[in-house]
Design a protein. Structure first.
Ligand SMILES: CC(C)(COP(=O)(O)OP(=O)(O)OC[C@H]1O[C@@H](n2cnc3c(N)ncnc32)[C@H](O)[C@@H]1OP(=O)(O)O)[C@@H](O)C(=O)NCCC(=O)NCCS
Length: 245
């Protein structure tokens, strides 16, 4: 997403994020502009629910890119080079933007930006071995807190930390890498300095990882305003670390 700013100042990134219902969008979702790889991946997926998620996500990101950068949704070529953030490219106009997709149940979230972006949506469910998973994938202090909790409080604390790391992993293009994920520390931040937005609902948590200072247009369908954080990489066991999320 380009800018005409010639002042030398770092242009402000723009992010558009939208949460949709997969079932409500499926009938209108088309496959215009899909690459051979996307078509092959779609054919490979056998589960109807997962197929619908894939279809709606790859349709919706093109629609968002066109809203932001103009042109028809079918012009966008989707790419996710290994170890890099996913992107959409319009070869004709020489335009590109970064994208991220996440889905759970009937929810799908798509984000488009001119800087790297990652998003994750999770249902808060008390159904996995959360304490062990926290020890493996969250910061040591978060894992300690989660080990002391149980039931919905434990699940909420876990999925906040987990969704942050999934979103950051998608922005990086690596997915969640446990060693790196354990080093991620988060701090509350003023909106202008934030690089993470977290929307907490009663049953779900939604995270957006974005460039600092980004202008965010979010259509989440959630009541509460987002919480703002910034993140940094700490050492795995640094007792002096400030409070984690
Ligand atoms: C791959 C991974 C990012 C998917 O996340 P998820 O929460 O399972 O699923 P989500 O619905 O949120 O996200 C899926 C979307 O992420 C995107 N995605 C997948 N891998 C990605 C990557 N490496 N980088 C950026 N985006 C990626 C895709 O768009 C995918 O949707 P699509 O296939 O419909 O296009 C996640 O499973 C992961 O990080 N895996 C790494 C290994 C792991 O599981 N580690 C945990 C051990 S503690």
């Amino acid at each position: 997403m380009g800018s005409d700013d010639s002042s030398g100042a770092t242009p402000q990134a723009r992010v558009v994020l939208r949460v949709d219902s997969v079932s409500a969008c499926e009938a209108q979702s088309d496959r215009q502009g899909w690459s051979h790889l996307e078509r092959a991946r779609y054919t490979e997926i056998t589960d109807p629910g997962r197929k619908a998620q894939y279809r709606v996500g790859h349709w919706r990101v093109r629609g968002l890119a066109s809203v932001v950068l103009g042109g028809l949704p079918g012009v966008w070529r989707y790419e996710r080079p290994p170890g890099e953030c996913a992107r959409l490219i319009d070869d004709e106009r020489g335009l590109a933007c970064f994208v991220s997709i996440s889905h759970v149940d009937d929810y799908i979230v798509c984000a488009v930006s001119d800087d790297v972006v990652g998003t994750d949506i999770e249902m808060i469910r008390d159904e996995r071995e959360l304490s062990a998973l926290a020890k493996r994938c969250l910061a040591p202090r978060e894992a300690e807190v989660i080990a002391q909790l149980s039931g919905p409080a434990q699940a909420t604390a876990f999925y906040r930390g987990w969704a942050i790391r999934e979103a950051l992993g998608k922005a990086a293009g690596t997915g969640l890498v446990p060693g790196t994920a354990r080093r991620i520390r988060t701090l509350p931040a003023a909106p202008a300095e934030a690089t993470l937005r977290l929307w907490a609902g009663a049953d779900r948590v939604l995270v957006l990882a974005h460039a600092a200072g980004a202008q965010i247009e979010a259509f989440t369908g959630m009541d509460k305003a987002p919480e703002n954080f910034r993140w940094y990489l700490g050492e795995p066991r640094q007792e002096s670390d400030p409070e984690d999320v």
